[in-house]
Ligand binder design. Structure first.
Ligand SMILES: *Cc1c(COP(=O)(O)O)cnc(C)c1O
Length: 458
């Protein structure tokens, strides 16, 4: 029987073998490999099995069925890779197994999350006084931000939603970019506001909110409890709303301004793209991901709020064993997120930021954007191919002439195993959607992927 030490070494060995193998491909598994997983792992045994055999069985069956998201040629869904120090820190996090609720359950996790949170604010241009929560991703971040917004705008109208709930509460308006991410809608459902409250605002040809239309929409209704949802990084085009103008309009109408910047918020960390985030510091809340641009392993997201007391009031809980000394005298991570028991997410984020430093984060963002431009230039130069968006960040939308042809090219590229990009429908066009989000992607990977696309067009 293997010792715990040998077992973890074996797992680390396998993970590093995989890390090397994934760069060679194929990027997407075959149907037979996926089916084989259930055959190999599907029956529950009557008795125990030695731990080393368990790990070997799992790895052998699952590895061929994995998607190469940590490799250099995965361009689907704005999925980031796993930065080395962050991945290794997550291995430690599992070994340490800290319930990162507060400073009593894990003072170490509380302090490191506090440090990482202030580093994030500095890099992302979020005001230093903002509160933050380490959540599972953009969905978690949007949900927490909108919960805080709901608390605030209803309190302004004299209603305590934490105590009184929504039955009998004043109506809340949610005015949002028509091309918002679907997680905003789900957050509204989870928060009991429902998607029916949404008043979508038309966008320009790049998917950025039309500010004059935002103003008209706000003016059309009452200046009661209102939340405005803006976007940094349109999920298709990468476009940014005009935050200077849009936050000013929102605030003039007494509304809460939220910015969903799951990947776009990172533009602030790079001098070459920082201008896209101008005025974003005026918002009331911000959402972003660690697992997209920062390349922290899944799952990792962050929410920030300009009203710390409101943020904590909408998320924290209390119990007799938590009062006074029960919180340990430090910032309690659990006061800013919906979970109580939770993984210590701060360690991996701290490690990613420590490995990269300010300049490394900037370079990571800049490199992804420059490789996206390279995709745009190379593919756009092909006969019968047009780039459908302005490549302002890391997103590229490719039109192969008609919907059928685009779907055929995307499907062939995916089947080639050379690289992986998805398809999308945007502004009445069927498009290939490329997102460059991994620190491992190089110019050679872009060239090889362009060659795969050319082959698929033939
Ligand atoms: C990815 C994304 C989300 C959702 O983030 P998850 O981490 O998948 O929960 C929300 N908004 C935007 C703009 C996104 O790109």
């Amino acid at each position: 029987m293997a010792s715990y030490r040998d077992l973890l070494a074996q797992a680390a060995e396998r993970a590093s073998d995989y890390y090397e193998k994934v760069a060679r491909g194929p990027v997407f598994p075959g149907a037979a490999d996926i089916e084989a997983v259930r055959v190999a792992l599907g029956s529950l045994a009557d008795g125990p099995v030695p731990a080393d055999r368990v790990v070997a069985e799992l790895a052998e069956a699952v590895e061929p069925a994995l998607v190469g998201t940590t490799g250099p040629r995965y361009f689907g869904f704005v999925v980031g890779g796993a930065l080395e120090a962050a991945a290794a820190a997550d291995v430690l996090t599992i070994g340490w197994d800290q319930p990162a609720f507060n400073a009593v359950t894990s003072p170490g996790a509380a302090v490191v999350e506090d440090i990482a949170g202030s580093w994030l604010k500095e890099l992302l241009g979020v005001p230093a006084g903002a509160s933050f929560g380490f959540v599972t991703g953009g969905q978690g971040a949007n949900t927490v931000a909108l919960a805080a917004a709901r608390n605030y705008v209803l309190a302004q109208a004299g209603w305590d939603v934490e105590q009184g709930g929504l039955l009998g509460a004043p109506a809340v308006r949610v005015v949002a970019n028509a091309e918002r991410h679907a997680t905003i809608d789900r957050a509204l459902r989870l928060l009991g506001l429902g998607t029916g409250v949404l008043e979508p605002v038309a966008t320009d040809d790049q998917g950025a909110i039309d500010v004059a239309e935002l103003e008209r929409t706000l003016a059309r209704g009452a200046d009661g409890p209102t939340i405005v949802c803006l976007q940094a990084g349109n999920v298709n085009s990468g476009a940014f709303d005009d935050f200077t103008a849009a936050t000013a309009v929102a605030h003039r109408h007494g509304a809460w301004a939220h910015i969903d910047g799951a990947f776009g918020l990172w533009a602030a960390a790079n001098p070459g793209t920082r201008h896209l985030m101008a005025g974003a510091e005026n918002a009331d809340s911000w959402s972003t991901d660690g697992h997209k641009f920062l390349n922290v392993p899944y799952d990792s997201g962050y929410v920030f709020c300009a009203h710390p007391a409101v943020h904590a009031a909408s998320m924290s809980m209390t119990a007799s064993y938590l009062t006074g000394q029960g919180q340990g005298g430090l910032r309690a991570p659990g006061d800013y997120v919906p979970e109580s028991s939770r993984r210590a997410r701060g360690f991996a984020t701290w490690a990613a930021l420590r490995q990269l430093g300010r300049s490394g984060v900037a370079e990571l963002v800049e490199r992804c954007c420059s490789l996206a431009r390279s995709f745009g230039e190379q593919l756009g130069a092909l006969e019968g191919v047009t780039i459908a968006n302005k490549v302002v960040l890391n997103q590229v939308l490719v039109d192969f002439g008609d919907a059928e042809r685009t779907d055929r090219v995307v499907e062939r590229v995916q089947r080639s195993g050379e690289c992986w990009m998805g398809a999308t429908s945007w502004h009445d066009r069927r498009l290939m959607r490329i997102s460059v989000s991994s620190w491992r992607t190089t110019e050679a990977d872009v060239d090889r992927s362009v060659a795969a696309v050319v082959a698929a067009m033939g």
